[in-house]
Design a protein around this ligand. Structure first.
Ligand SMILES: Cc1ncc(COP(=O)(O)O)c(C=O)c1O
Length: 374
C-alpha cells in the first residue's frame, strides 16, 4: 500500500511564476508583493486593513499589544487550541484564562465565558477550530456587555463564515496563519486584519521595529529618517512568501470547495463505521475544513489507532491541544470537555489533491484498526 499524508499543500505553476517575478525584481524582503497579498486578503474577506506578518503567532502577539495588553490583564482563551494562542497572551505578560469548549463544535462554549470574567479581563480570544467558526453572536454580546475586545484566532479559518460574515471580520481583530497545514500556505506566514485604523497602524509599526515612518514613507515623496517610537519587532513577511500567497489566493475557493466535498465523502463513510463519529458541521457556519477531525468512542485507544495507521502507511494525528494541561501555563482549573476532545479527536488525511479512492483505501483499513484498539 502506498503511503498517504495527513496534509499536503497545493501548488502549481502560479506559485513558481509569482516567486520568479519577485526574484527577478531584486526586491525580496517586504515590499510591493506583500502589499498585493494584503490587498487580496482584505478584499476577499471585506475588511479595511490587513497586515502581513511572519506567522499567526506574531499576528496574535501584535493583536494583543495593539489593545494595550499588560501584565495586569487577563484574557479569556478557548482552551482547545494550538498553544500559540495562550503563548501570545504570555508574551505580553498577561494571564490566559482558559475557557472550556463545546463538545460538538470543539469551539469556545459561550455559556462558560461569563463565569470566567473578572475586573482584570480585557479580551476574549475565540478560536475557529479546524475552520469552523465559533458561535460569534453570543461572544460579541458578552464582549459588548463587559466592554471587552474580541480577537479572533482564525488561524485555520480563512474563507470560513459565520452567518455569512467572514471569520476574522467579526471581532475587533482577526489573525490568520499560512503555515503548511492551513487552507492556503506561504510556508510560514500570518496576517492580522481589522476595520480599526488606529489598531491597524499600531500593528503595522510594531511589526517593523516600532518604526512609524516606515509605513508613512510609502506614501510620502520627501526624504524621511525613521524614528523608533516603541520596542517593536521584526515580524515582517517577505515578498518571496507573499508571492506564494498571491498565487494561493487565486485558488482559495477551489481548495475550499474540494475540501468540503472530501469532508462530505468522509462523513458518509464514517456514518457507516463503528467506534468513530464524524465532526459536527454547524448550520450557522460555512466550514472550510482546514482539517477533518473525527472523534473515536470513549473505549477506543486513540493513540494506538494513530500508531497502527502509521504502520499501514497512513498519517493521522491528534486534533489539537488542551491548553490548560500544558505545564508552561501552570494552570489549576480544569476544562473537562477540551481534555476529552484532546484525548479522543483524530485528524484524518484531508487535502486538495487527496482522491476519493485514497479515502476508500483508508476506510478499508480504519474499521479493523478501531476494533483492535477497543
Ligand atoms: C488555532 C491556531 N492558532 C495559532 C496558530 C499559530 O500559527 P502559526 O504557526 O502561523 O504561528 C496555529 C497553528 O497551528 C493554530 O492552529
Amino acid at each position: 500500500m502506498k503511503s498517504i499524508n495527513l496534509a499536503r499543500p497545493f501548488f502549481d505553476n502560479d506559485e513558481i511564476q509569482e516567486v520568479q517575478k519577485v526574484l527577478d525584481s531584486g526586491w525580496v524582503s517586504q515590499g510591493p508583493k506583500v502589499k498585493e497579498f494584503e490587498e487580496k486578503v482584505s478584499n476577499f474577506i471585506g475588511v479595511k486593513y490587513a497586515i502581513a506578518v511572519t506567522n499567526c503567532t506574531c499576528a496574535l502577539h501584535l493583536a494583543n499589544l495593539s489593545i494595550g495588553l499588560t501584565k495586569q490583564d487577563e484574557v479569556l482563551v478557548a482552551d482547545y487550541t494550538f498553544p500559540a494562542t495562550g503563548h501570545s497572551v504570555l508574551y505580553c505578560g498577561a494571564r490566559p484564562v482558559f475557557v472550556d469548549v463545546d463538545q460538538k463544535t470543539y469551539n469556545i462554549d459561550p455559556e462558560k465565558i461569563e463565569a470566567s470574567i473578572t475586573p482584570k479581563t480585557k479580551a476574549i480570544i475565540p478560536v475557529h477550530t479546524f475552520g469552523q467558526c465559533a458561535d460569534m453572536d453570543p461572544i460579541m454580546e458578552i464582549a459588548e456587555k463587559h466592554d471587552l475586545f474580541v480577537i479572533e484566532d482564525a488561524a485555520c479559518a480563512l474563507g470560513s463564515k459565520y452567518k455569512k460574515k467572514f471569520a476574522g471580520s467579526i471581532g475587533n481583530i482577526g489573525c490568520f496563519s499560512f503555515h503548511a497545514r492551513k487552507g492556503i500556505t506561504t510556508g510560514e506566514g500570518g496576517m492580522v486584519v481589522t476595520n480599526n485604523k488606529e489598531i491597524a497602524e499600531k500593528i503595522k509599526y510594531l511589526s517593523v521595529f516600532g518604526m512609524k515612518t516606515a509605513w508613512e514613507r510609502e506614501t510620502k515623496k520627501s526624504f524621511m529618517i525613521p524614528q523608533f517610537f516603541d520596542m517593536g519587532y521584526n515580524y515582517k513577511m517577505s515578498d518571496i512568501s507573499a508571492a506564494i500567497g498571491v498565487a494561493q489566493m487565486k485558488k482559495i475557493e477551489r481548495i475550499i470547495k474540494r475540501k468540503q466535498e472530501l469532508a462530505k465523502y468522509w462523513d458518509n463513510l464514517l456514518d457507516q463505521m463503528d467506534f468513530i463519529s464524524k465532526p459536527h458541521n454547524s448550520k450557522k457556519c460555512f466550514h472550510v475544513y482546514q482539517s477533518y477531525v473525527a472523534m473515536v468512542d470513549k473505549k477506543i485507544n486513540r493513540n494506538a489507532v494513530i500508531e497502527k495507521m502509521a504502520e499501514e502507511g497512513i498519517q493521522t494525528q491528534i486534533g489539537t491541544y488542551a491548553s490548560h494541561i500544558q505545564p508552561v501555563y501552570r494552570y489549576k482549573k480544569k476544562c473537562r470537555v477540551s481534555f476529552d476532545i484532546y484525548n479522543r479527536a483524530i485528524a484524518l488525511p484531508h487535502y486538495y489533491s487527496l482522491n476519493n479512492k485514497d479515502i476508500d483505501e483508508i476506510s478499508g483499513i480504519l474499521p479493523k484498526i478501531l476494533k483492535g484498539a477497543s
